[in-house]
Design a protein around this ligand. Structure first.
Ligand code: GDP
Ligand code: MG
Length: 390
């Protein structure tokens, strides 16, 4: 589960993530919010107008929580550079936002005041990607999107929390024939691309949080209503029914596989232009295949280690060949059975690559085995001599 918080800078994203950290560090303690005078630490956050976070940061410690099936799920937290500050170009912002959306399973879109038309347009790039992906994917390409509205000012119209949020969201996402075509399409695409879209209304945290220079995040300096809502929002994100394992094209993604996606997306984003949705989709297909190759190789390696790893005895060549064939075909089958994107010809290239890699691995096992034979041949007379002496 990859939880990302993205949106404009200086709007309390890192501040919020540190509450997520407190929760995840607390091991299910009831009073996880901490002591009134503890400073709030973790991701760097700060008052003033300078930007602190740059690019995408992932908290170095993964946390384990359980989903509603009782499975253990690894959680990664992702902080992002503020979009649309003076130092970033439009490209930087769109890049960070798109990357974090593609890599996360839960995207918290942090906005201030209200959901504006601009905020929705910000999401346009992915809906375009999503539309392309929809033609290849079997499912909606993105998972959960939470609009998190900070400093909500009209609790008497729509109450703080999820209920008021869903009222606002229904209004904002409503498709109205009077709207311009583009606005209607954007709304339609958003709903096609994300499995779950929700909205949560947060109160203002109080003047100390918003304006005081020396504010270090003490709970005692934060308004009570804000604390209530931060607590409930955080708990709902990690509540077992809301745990969302990162899924790409119908497959749950492991940490190891996520790295393949990271690498593939970074390659696409290195060019000088904002990537076309088409190249993002190609990168996804590539990473998808690379991840399947990596998993199949891992499997082959694990099985071969069990029979002829470094700590195992020399094995007859014929027997080693049999073991290789058994696990070679099992690994190829595993690759073939994995749901992949890009079409048959595209995947065939990666299958060839897997075959080649597996044969190279086999070669290394062969050499290793041979070396054991030589070693034992050398050792035998010595052992005999020693025995003779005894
Ligand atoms: P980021 O750039 O979005 O990561 O923002 P930070 O987390 O670094 O916070 C920027 C400033 O906003 C800090 O001074 C926080 O004390 C303050 N802040 C945090 N949460 C809120 C909020 O909900 N509303 C307001 N008005 N300020 C907040
Ligand atoms: Mg920040």
């Amino acid at each position: 589960m990859v939880v990302s918080v993205a949106g404009a800078y200086r709007k309390g994203k890192s501040f919020l993530l540190n509450f997520f950290l407190r929760y995840l560090n607390s091991d299910g303690k009831e009073n996880w919010m901490g002591e009134p005078n503890d400073p709030l630490i973790g991701f760097q956050w700060r008052g003033g107008s300078e930007r602190l976070t740059s690019g995408i940061l992932i908290w170095s410690e993964p946390y384990i929580i359980r989903n509603n099936k009782g499975d253990e799920v690894c959680v990664l937290l992702m902080d992002t550079q503020g979009a649309f500050d003076s130092q970033s170009t439009v490209k930087d912002c769109a890049t960070v936002f798109a990357l974090s959306t593609m890599l996360s399973s839960v995207q918290v879109f942090n906005i201030t005041g209200n959901i504006q038309e601009d905020d929705l347009q910000h999401l346009e790039l992915f809906t375009e990607y999503g539309r392309l992906a929809l033609q290849t994917y079997e499912d909606k390409p993105f998972q959960t999107l939470h609009f998190l509205v900070r400093d909500w000012q009209y609790p008497y119209q729509h109450p703080y929390g999820a209920k008021g949020g869903s009222e606002i969201l229904a209004k904002r996402l409503m498709i109205n024939p009077k709207q311009h075509n583009e606005l209607q399409n954007l709304r339609r695409h958003l709903q096609e691309c994300f499995k779950v879209i929700t909205c949560y209304l947060m109160p203002h945290p109080g003047l100390k949080v918003a304006t005081e220079r020396d504010f270090i995040g003490k709970l005692s300096d934060i308004d009570d209503e804000f604390k209530v809502q931060v607590k409930s929002f955080t708990e709902s994100i990690f509540q077992s029914e809301h745990v969302v394992i990162k899924n790409i094209n119908g497959s749950d993604i492991t940490g190891k596989e996520l790295i393949e996606y990271f690498k593939a997306y970074l390659k696409v984003y290195q060019g000088s232009d904002l990537p076309e949705p088409k190249s993002m989709l190609e990168a996804t297909s590539e990473a998808n295949n690379l991840a399947a190759v990596a998993t199949a190789k891992d499997f082959y390696n694990k099985e071969m280690e069990k029979v002829c790893g470094g700590d195992k005895q020399y094995m007859k060549m014929e027997q080693l060949k049999q073991e290789h064939e058994r696990w070679f075909f099992a690994a190829i089958k595993m690759f073939k059975d994995t749901r992949k994107m890009g079409g048959a010809d595209f995947c065939a290239v990666y299958e060839k690559r897997l075959e080649k890699d597996l044969l190279e691995m086999y070669d290394a096992y062969l050499k290793n085995n041979e070396a054991k034979n030589v070693a034992s041949a050398l050792q035998t007379p010595l052992v005999l001599v020693l025995l003779a002496v005894v």
